[in-house]
Every structure is written in C-alpha cells, then in structure tokens.
Write a new protein. Structure first.
Ligand code: NI
Length: 165
C-alpha cells in the first residue's frame, strides 16, 4: 500500500437514563412552553444509544486504528457507568450545571471521551435519544465540512461555528 489509509471506526453503546428538561431560571409556565411534556416534574426516561467514531490512520504493524477493547473501556468508564440507570440531571459529573438535552449530553460525552482517548482520534459523538432523534457533535471546532480535521494540531478557534443555533 502506498501511504497510510485513513479510516473511521465506530463503536456503539447503550444506556437507559432519566432526565427532565427544565431551566431553573425560567418559570414553570415558561419551561412548559419551551420543553412541553419533557419538563414534567417527575422526569421521564430514554433508551439512549451512543455512537463514538474515531478517525485516523491504520497502523500497518497491527492493521488497526485502535484496539476496540480500549475504546470500549473508555466509553464504559467515562459515560456508561455514569449514565446507565441514572438521572442525567443529578448524577453524571460531566453534566453538572447543564440542562440535559440530547445536545448537551452529546457535548458532555465528547468532552469526557476526548480527554481519555489518544489525541486527535475522536471524530464524532452521535447520541440517539430515540430511534428517530439523534444529535451529532464534532467537537468545538467544526464538522466534516469544516476546515478543521482532528489531526491533533492546535488551531485558532473558528469565528463561524457550523450547526450552532
Ligand atoms: Ni426526554
């Protein structure tokens, strides 16, 4: 093979968790208007599916990008153990102080996973809150159509964020 091949690999994990969408700075009425039944006091649950995609070059010596057992272990320890059968408003340390929407949970997962994975490999976190709804997060500097590739080199933050609201 001429040169190294770049591949994307994805591992999927599931967790069941409760949450409630509620902004404490808003009135109950405003929360209900904003979040509908998702703001009900007792909370509700989802069967979440987390997909973590790494991007990088195949190591010719091993034929692998990463040992999938290592990726599995990081996902288990950093996300699943903290979220499965938990309350996302109360339990995971990496969600303290945020409203646990699928968007914020995906961003939180990115942050804890990136710290524990080999530098520059994390490409995408995709979180399904239901079979029909999912959120993709490509890190603070952009997505696959942006200039930024997660090659581990430091770059100035981009002025224009893609996909932000
Ligand atoms: Ni919900």
């Amino acid at each position: 093979m001429a040169g190294r091949a770049t591949v994307f690999i994805t591992r999927r994990a599931e967790f069941a968790a409760a949450h409630r969408l509620n902004n404490p700075r808003l009135t109950e009425r405003a929360n209900t208007r904003l979040y509908g039944p998702c703001s009900h006091k007792g909370g509700h649950g989802h069967n979440y599916v987390l997909e973590v995609t790494l991007r990088g070059e195949v190591d010719p010596a091993t034929g692998m990008l990463i040992d999938l057992k290592a990726l599995k272990a990081v996902m288990e320890r950093e996300v699943i153990a903290k979220c499965d059968h938990r309350n996302l408003n109360l339990d995971p340390d990496f969600l303290r102080g945020v409203i646990p929407t699928a968007e914020n949970v995906a961003i939180g997962c990115w942050r804890v996973l990136e710290r524990r994975l080999p530098r520059g490999l994390l490409w995408r976190v995709r979180l399904f809150e239901s079979p029909r709804n999912s959120v993709d997060y490509y890190g603070p500097e952009g997505g696959p159509n942006g200039v930024h590739l997660h090659d581990g080199r430091d770059r100035a933050p981009r002025a224009v964020r893609r996909g932000s609201r």
